[in-house]
Design a protein around this ligand. Structure first.
Ligand code: HGY
Ligand code: MN
Ligand code: MN
Length: 411
């Protein structure tokens, strides 16, 4: 019972067409038209593979194959299906497609699992529309409160709930899932880095995922005329923001230990070439393998920000997301290792520098992740690409691991 590589390739190709930036990568924002197109495709495939399809009050999609044993927790396989702006066709999507392929293998081989199998497609992992990130999984596990969800809005002020309704989703549906209904969560993801490709290894078995935090910084100054305002009478929000941002790479390097700091988004208001910027907001994404380094980087970033507070300049900081480093389940890691070896798929242990929904779920259930190589280590860009043969190999590993977990439970 081996994965059908062609079918996998077709899923990836067809899902990649649901983008608002055709020809310039995949941009699939949560609750957008493109979300609805991808959602419709995923649900159609789930039905084709005899899964019972439901959506929760966040729009997370579940496809369930009931187990022989009644009232047992599910083994869940999946990932997210939103994207970064102008991202790639594999980030998140690969994990959903592998879940669909596992469901297809169960159907084709008429396997009735002992425990329920659920395939999941999570929303807003990237936070590209509503900020923060890991929204679907945090919501599902009750970490994102109902009131906080109701306040979420995009850069145009559209509330997440409004956006849900606009594509026919129902925010009043059940949101929080009882963790006791989950036996384990398995996620295949592209590595998004260069290690597997450089080592010529097909699969990475993830041991741990870095801790990360995302700050939203708002610098408020005074708009003014670029020509008539003397330099000593300006409160230029962009100059203050630039002085903070310019310090951050050196701050990360001084912490070392793999700490990374990134400003990925910056907006200037009113953004006129001959207007002194009144307001700037920008993000600061901070990550490190050890929590003390994340906290140290946050503290020192806030010190840099405080140093820029001065007459006419006011700076505020909002912590959009904070999640500690997470360690994945030892038992699942050893099953992944044994399965990879028995299938003669080269593999190694890895750390993840990227955040994943498994970080959220690992506080509630046993989680396992496998990575497959990313060409040239590229991700979060249109050039993102992974070989379908590696996707097929990863599918075979997860398919066997699902069955081992179910046997383990029922024995
Ligand atoms: O940012 C990340 O690490 C993930 O792609 N959301
Ligand atoms: Mn991503
Ligand atoms: Mn991802």
């Amino acid at each position: 019972m081996m994965a059908n590589q062609e079918r996998i390739e077709q899923h990836i190709e067809l899902l990649s067409r649901f983008t608002s930036t055709p020809g310039r990568g995949v941009t699939r924002l949560t609750y957008s038209k493109e979300d609805l197109q991808a959602r419709t495709y995923i649900k159609e495939k789930m039905i084709e593979y005899d899964l019972e399809v439901t959506e929760d009050g966040f729009g997370n999609i579940f496809g369930k194959l009931e187990g022989i044993l009644p009232d047992r927790p599910s083994v869940i396989v999946g990932s997210h299906f939103d994207s970064v702006p102008n991202g790639g066709a594999y980030d998140g999507t690969a994990g959903v497609v592998v879940g669909l392929e596992i469901a297809a293998l169960f159907k084709e081989n008429e396997i009735q699992p002992a425990y329920p199998l659920e395939i999941i497609a999570l929303v807003e992992e990237e936070g590209s529309r509503f900020g923060g990130g890991l929204m679907g999984s945090r919501g599902m596990m009750g970490i994102l409160s109902e009131e906080d969800f109701k306040e979420l809005a995009d850069k145009d002020g559209i509330l997440a709930e409004e956006a849900m309704l606009s594509i026919g989703l129902d925010p009043s549906k059940r949101k929080v899932r009882n963790p006791e209904t989950i036996r384990a969560f398995l996620e295949l993801h592209i590595e998004q880095g260069p290690i597997l490709e450089e080592k010529v290894i097909q699969v990475g078995i993830v041991e741990a995922i870095v801790g990360l935090t995302q700050l939203e910084v708002t610098v408020k100054g005074q708009a003014g005329h670029a020509g008539t305002t003397p330099m000593n009478r300006r409160s230029d929000a962009l100059v203050s923001a630039a002085q903070i941002i310019g310090d951050l790479p050196e701050l990360a390097t001084s912490i070392g230990e793999g700490a990374v700091i990134t400003t990925g988004r910056l907006n200037v208001y009113p953004n006129g070439a001959n207007v002194i910027p009144e307001k700037v907001n920008f993000t600061v994404d901070i990550r490190a393998g050890k929590e003390e380094h994340v906290l140290d980087a946050v503290r020192r970033t806030k010190e840099r920000i405080a140093a820029q507070q001065k007459k006419g300049i006011h700076i505020s900081v909002e912590e959009m997301l904070y999640i500690q480093p997470k360690f994945l389940d030892k038992n699942i890691r050893s099953i992944l290792k044994e399965t990879s070896d028995s299938l003669e798929i080269t593999n190694c242990n890895m750390q993840s520098g990227a955040g994943h929904d498994a970080m959220v779920l690992s506080d509630f259930t046993a989680c396992g992740m496998v990575f497959i190589p990313s060409k040239d280590g590229l991700s979060h860009c249109p050039e993102e690409w992974s070989d379908a043969s590696d996707l097929a190999a990863g599918t075979n590993i997860l398919f066997e691991t699902v069955r081992r977990l179910m046997e383990e439970e029922s024995s």
